[in-house]
Design a protein around this ligand. Structure first.
Ligand code: MTE
Ligand code: MO
Length: 317
């Protein structure tokens, strides 16, 4: 099971500076918007409105919501974060994901929201998120492999999207599914035994919690492909694998959905997966974590530091 069962490697192969235009796939965004060869300064009229849409460069940076950086966390270095990725659909090598995403097509991108709800719909991701104002939130992010980072995400609460589709009373869980594009994701064929597509799930009350963020950007820009463009989830009190990337489907269900990692190893990657320093992974301690950019080792916090907002979901606090 490759990296998730291998001791993490702290030395990054690639610390060198990459031009912004490369690591943010900026040219790609412009091409998708039909602005290839046109400078942003040249946009006018209707084009300007489009540039305000959540997936356009003009929508960024969104205003920071100060409520979600009360600890005044120091942001992790952006260049390190965008080149250190887990995205097994491409490769298990964290420093190589960004090199393998060129062929990954993120426009057009339909997202389907259905299952046990009154108003299911399917829409392009830009329409879907256009009605929800974007905000920036600084969250701690803790991978089960015991590395962590502090990231300014841009997005909107999943609760708003769920309110729009109106979950039925029978809905108790939310299932999320990543795109499965065989021709564009070389990792799918290499990890043949994995139960693709990548799926994740939350209880409905977890999904409705204000912290759970539908995420379209990072560091004040649209998400780069290696970080789960055009839309991913961020669930900061749970281990990183719950924060599923490049989502195409969201489904309300009555029963707990199977997830990729739980299917592979329920003992190591259970459905709930709240960050908990007292519960070791079967093969390593979860008491501390290593910040990806500085290499500093720091204590891991219960619920990754979000107990005041989520412990109540588990009958604690
Ligand atoms: N579809 C998909 N989503 C995924 C993963 C993946 O392999 N595929 N990896 C998960 C894991 S283990 C982590 S730690 C985070 C990493 O997100 P980042 O690369 O943006 O830091 O994405 C999560 N979401
Ligand atoms: Mo992870």
């Amino acid at each position: 099971m490759a990296n998730l069962i291998t001791p993490p490697r702290w030395r990054l192969a690639e610390q060198d500076v990459t031009p912004e235009s490369v690591f943010w796939n900026r040219r790609e965004f412009l091409r998708q918007l039909g602005f290839a060869g046109v400078g942003l300064a040249g946009l006018a009229g209707g084009a300007r409105a489009l540039a305000q849409a959540p997936h356009a460069p003009g929508a960024y940076p969104a205003a920071r919501n100060a409520q979600f950086n009360d600890a005044k966390l120091r942001l992790s270095d952006a260049d390190t974060v965008v080149h250190y990725n887990n995205f097994y659909e491409f490769t298990t090598r964290k420093d190589q994901v960004h090199r393998l995403v060129d062929k990954f097509q993120i426009t057009p991108w339909q997202v389907e929201i259905g299952g046990l709800c009154e108003k299911p719909f399917k829409a392009d991701v830009r329409e879907l998120s256009a009605e929800f104002p974007l905000e920036e939130r600084v969250y701690r992010f803790r991978c089960v492999e015991a590395w962590s980072m502090i990231v300014p995400w841009t997005g909107f609460p999943l609760a708003k999207l769920l309110a729009k589709v109106q979950p039925k009373a029978e809905a108790k869980f939310v299932k999320f599914v990543t795109a499965e594009k065989r021709d564009q994701m070389p990792g799918l064929a290499r990890l043949r035994e994995y139960p693709w597509p990548y799926t994740e799930g939350l209880r409905l009350d977890e999904a409705m919690n204000d912290l759970t963020l539908v995420t379209t950007g990072v560091y004040g820009k649209p998400l780069p492909k290696q970080m789960g463009a055009p839309v991913r989830l961020v669930v900061p009190w749970k281990y990183g694998y719950k924060s599923i990337k490049s989502v195409v489907k969201i489904e309300l269900t009555a029963t707990q959905p199977a997830t990729l990692w739980e299917t592979l190893s329920a003992e190591e990657y259970p459905f709930e997966s709240n960050v908990d320093p007292r519960v070791p992974h079967p093969r390593w301690s979860q008491a501390t974590e290593r910040l990806v950019d500085t290499g500093d080792r720091v204590p891991t916090l219960p619920y990754n530091g979000y107990g005041d907002l989520v412990a109540k979901l588990y009958g604690k606090g």
